[in-house]
Each structure stands twice: as C-alpha cells, then as structure tokens.
Design a protein around this ligand. Sequence first.
Ligand code: GTP
Ligand code: MG
Length: 370
Amino acid sequence: DDTIVLSDLAKRMGIKANEMIQKLIGLGVMVTVNQTIDFDTAVLVASEFDYELERASFEEESILSETTEKDDPAKLTERSPVVTIMGHVDHGKTSLLDVIRKTRITEIEAGGITQHIGAYNVSTDNGQITFLDTPGHEAFTSMRARGAKVTDLVVLVVAADDGVMPQTVEAINHSKAAGVPIIVAVNKIDKANADTDRVVRELSEQGLVPEDWGGDTIFVKVSAKQNQGIDNLLEMILLQSEVLELKANADKLAKGYVVESKLDSGRGSVATVLVQEGTLHAGNSVVCGIHHGKIRAMLNDRGVQVESAGPSIPVEVIGLSGVPNAGDELIAVSDDKSAKQVSVHRVQKQRAKELAKTSRMSLEKLFEKM
Ligand code: GTP
Ligand code: MG
C-alpha cells in the first residue's frame, strides 16, 4: 500500500502538478492530480526531476497524508476560538481566567506565579471559548511564543496600577510576529491607584490604539477581583472571533499541537494536546514528535475522562511511548503499525542528524588542535 497522491508528491518536491503529469505521460503513465501513484512510479518520475526518493520518507508522507491533506471546504464546520492570555507577571491573567471558569487556580499556584501553560475550554452564554493561560514571568519567553503561535486571538492583560511593563511589550511582539489580533483587558480597575488613561497612552505608543482615539484595538476594563467587565470581555472575544470565521473539519483523523508535556510517576507520559483538526478518540493510534502510541485515556481540563475531543478542544493524552516536546504535532493515523513505522523513521532521522553533528564537531575540534 505504498502510494501517494500526485499533488502531494508534486507539492513536496516544489514542482507544478501539471509538469509532473506531463512527465508521467512521457513515461506512459496516465494519471490526474488527485490520483495516487505507487512508490516505484514516484521514484521514476522524481528521478526525471533529478530527485532521489527515499523509501522511508515516502512512507511517512503517505501514512500521514490521510490526516494532513487539505480539507474539502464543504466539510468545514464552525469551531470555537482559541484565546491566549498574555501579559506581564502578576497583572492578573490567571485571576481573570479564574473568574471566567469559576475556579481558584491563583490561590493554589506556588508563590502565586504561573509556571506552565494551562489550557481550558469554557462555555459562555454565547458560545465556547478555549483559553490558554501563559506565565508572565520573564523566564518563560518560549511558552509565551508558543502560546501566540497556536492561538486565534490574544487577550493582553495590563494592570491599571502598573501600566505597560517589559513582558507586556514582549507579548505584543509575539502576537504581531504570529499575526494574531489583540484585545486589551485593562485589569485591576478596582484599585485606588488605577490609571486607565496611562495604560491607554502607553499602549498607543506600542501601536495599540483604542477606537475612541482613532485606532482599531478593542479595550475592555475589568476587575478580576470584583468580577467586573467580564461579560463584556467575553462578548468582545466572541465578536472578534466571528470576524475570523474559524472553521475546521471535525470528521477525520485528528491533528493537534502539544502545549505541555511531562513524565508523571503514575501515568507515564502525559501530554496536553490542543486538537486543531479532526476528532481525537480514545484508542486512536498516534504519532507525536518522535514518539507514537495508542491513546489509553484522555482527560478534559477538569480532569474528567472523555472519549473524544474535536477541534479547539484541549485534552490530556495518556499512552504515548515517550514524552514529546511542547510544540510537537500529534497526528492520528489509521493503525498501530503505521504509527510505529513513522516513529521509528523519525528516531533514525534524529540519530543520523545527531551523528552528523558530532562528527562535524570532532572535525572542528581536530582543526582547533592543529
Ligand atoms: P503570572 O501568571 O505569574 O504572570 O501572574 P498572573 O498575571 O496570572 O497574576 P495572578 O492572577 O496570579 O494575580 C496576581 C495578583 O494580583 C494576585 O494577588 C491577585 O489576587 C491580584 N489581582 C488579580 N486581579 C486583580 C484585580 O482585578 N484587582 C486586584 N485588586 N487585584 C487583582
Ligand atoms: Mg498566572
């Protein structure tokens, strides 16, 4: 069953599908863009373009193509927005999520500092929203960058008594780099020394200008402590996401993104995965980074076991062969054998890369000594 869709092969080689079809006709093979060709034919046509096709990578592509191929627009349905909360340390990101979720995470956190990305799905009167909570401490830049990369919207939390601070600016830069729209939540407006005008002024200098100042950034005043302005914030998030027309195909093998991972002494490898496309089911065979596995159990953001998770839904996944890296992609495939095959191939590729690196290093060391 070594086959690949012609358009996939052409795309991977950076060649126009039409040119490839012409070459194949020359070789006596009649095929259209959406038809598949077998491995031997692929090798043949690739060599016509001076490409050498490796069997292993060919297999990987064809195994994953069922999940990763482009969706028929007719199969896309609405999905809820993924919103990342960013901002300077202590400006009230987790507190804000606590009032939205009616939880008390802030009180449990060691030293009151968030040190990981939390992923939560919340039902509001007007629809569901998935939130990613990021740490504001300066040490966690990569987590913020990751949060900005997988999100549809950023809510930038700025404390009204503190104003724009270094990680506020950093969050703006991550959002801009990822091309993600920002909604500003001016928090702690209950405080005696709150100065909203100052926040607006300082953010305007960063290019975030509110509508009544002639710009187009949405500003919402909130107090997480006094539960003020929260409904307004949720409404603005949903309004803004409507504009984005967020859609996904829920009816296929799942593809997702590892937000966080850890080795748990009891449960083994645990990965928090944000499903982006398709639906992930317990029992699915998956590839994740260099690892693979059969999903033994899935837990939702409240620790409740679930059987499936569709687009925009975060779940904890148990059953992977190892601990993936945050940022790795998780891809469901049709069977265990395929998952293992891809994983073995990726491990080999990684080893080869490491070997190449060490031999180059030792060569450099050699020259150093001369
Ligand atoms: P990191 O995740 O460590 O960056 O912090 P954070 O932005 O999540 O802040 P967190 O929610 O932990 O809140 C920091 C402190 O500010 C806590 O003591 C909260 O009780 C307090 N706080 C949060 N929101 C408000 C608010 O609206 N008003 C007042 N007065 N205090 C608040
Ligand atoms: Mg926090």
